[in-house]
Write a protein that binds this ligand. Structure first.
Ligand SMILES: [Zn+2]
Ligand SMILES: [Zn+2]
Length: 352
């Protein structure tokens, strides 16, 4: 089968569109005809050359895919002709990590656009074991928008699970765009009180409309002022630090420093954003505060059902956070992303 795809041939060069041949699907594989593929910061890191994908170049990027199964191996026949969501992390399903419910950390995981060719293409060949059928989506949820569930939305949900969030907790979300925006929505839907902070007035406005009780612009505050302001809100709510859940979703060094500074007694921090930059922190604060820090990567496929339920029943909405564009705009959009000109998650639709 032929696929029309956008290849990263070398770092920091524009993606190049060309046809390539897909292998016949193996017994546990399927070919998905791409309906939509979300554009993530990780794609920019790969395209810009700051991070090398695990698969050697050339590589087709894109890991937020929805589409329809158009060819399936013996073990995946039940998926034939069905619309599916492709999780960004496809665990092997057989190792000790997977058996322990930590499939998102599976050492044999396949990530489209990183370990195997991804979704900036007309068709993509994938391991079928973790594909999520979405033929039960209600009409108000468009399948193109569901593509962002593969990473931005499900990653936010997994981070919430990781934090052991409870109703009535105070949640601090540092970085209100992308994953942060969805973290805010899940936290609110699960009964927490949410404080969002960011440096973008547009992102804060959306955060305030979709779950954040307080939306704080920290652009003009130094680290100490920002910490005092944010912790002061939780104090005014009389929520003890034991019940503080801090999510670093900005993927910036400044955001990480701010998030870390918010840790106090028995608080929990989850690191969700990614930056190659390093920060200097006093790790002993964790000891002194008996505090907890988790990393969170992706989301195991078994958690997707709950994520989809919360979208289907309207507890979490996608539309205000998502914008569509044709895939042929890919290079321009990567450039816009590099220059911080995007405020919404871009969902790319293959050009016919
Ligand atoms: Zn991503
Ligand atoms: Zn595994």
């Amino acid at each position: 089968m032929k696929a029309d795809a956008w290849f990263l041939d070398e770092p920091a060069a524009p993606l190049v569109r060309r046809e390539h041949s897909l292998d016949e699907p193996g017994p546990a594989e399927a070919v998905v005809e791409v309906e939509a593929c979300g554009l993530c910061h990780t794609d920019l890191s790969f395209a810009g050359g700051s991070v090398a994908p695990r698969h050697p170049l050339p590589l087709v990027l894109g890991h937020e895919i929805t589409g329809r199964v158009v060819a399936a191996g013996e073990g995946a026949r039940h998926l034939m002709d069905r619309p599916v969501l492709v999780p960004a992390v496809l665990p092997c399903g057989e190792c000790e990590f997977c058996a322990a419910g930590r499939g998102n950390a599976c050492p044999r995981q396949k990530m489209p656009g990183n370990d195997v060719h991804g979704g900036f293409a007309s068709h993509v060949l994938l391991p079928a074991g973790a594909l999520i059928p979405v033929d039960d989506a209600p009409e108000h949820v468009t399948r193109a928008n569901l593509s962002v569930v593969a990473d931005a939305v499900s990653t936010a949900y997994q981070a919430i699970l990781r934090s052991d969030l409870h109703e009535g907790d105070a949640v601090f979300v540092v970085g209100a765009g992308g994953v942060g925006g969805f973290t805010i929505q899940f936290a609110r839907a699960l009964g927490a009180r949410v404080i969002a902070c960011d440096i973008s007035p547009e992102r804060l406005e959306i955060a305030a409309a979709y779950g954040a009780e307080e939306a704080v612009n920290v652009a003009d505050l130094d680290g100490r002022e920002a910490r005092k302001k944010l912790q002061g809100i939780a104090r005014s709510w009389k929520i003890p630090s034991l019940r503080h859940r801090i999510f670093e979703a900005s993927g910036t060094a400044a955001g990480q420093l701010l998030a870390y500074s918010l840790i106090s007694r028995a608080a929990t921090l989850v690191q969700v954003g990614y930056t190659f930059d390093k920060v200097t922190v006093r790790l002993s604060n964790l000891m002194a505060f008996d505090a907890t820090v988790h990393g969170s990567w992706g989301c195991p496929p078994e958690a997707y059902r709950r994520v989809l339920e919360m979208i289907y029943d309207g507890s979490v909405v996608l539309e205000p956070f998502v914008e569509h564009a044709p895939m042929s705009e890919l290079n321009r959009l990567l450039d816009d992303m590099a220059h911080h000109r995007l405020t919404k998650r871009m969902v790319l639709l293959p050009d016919s």
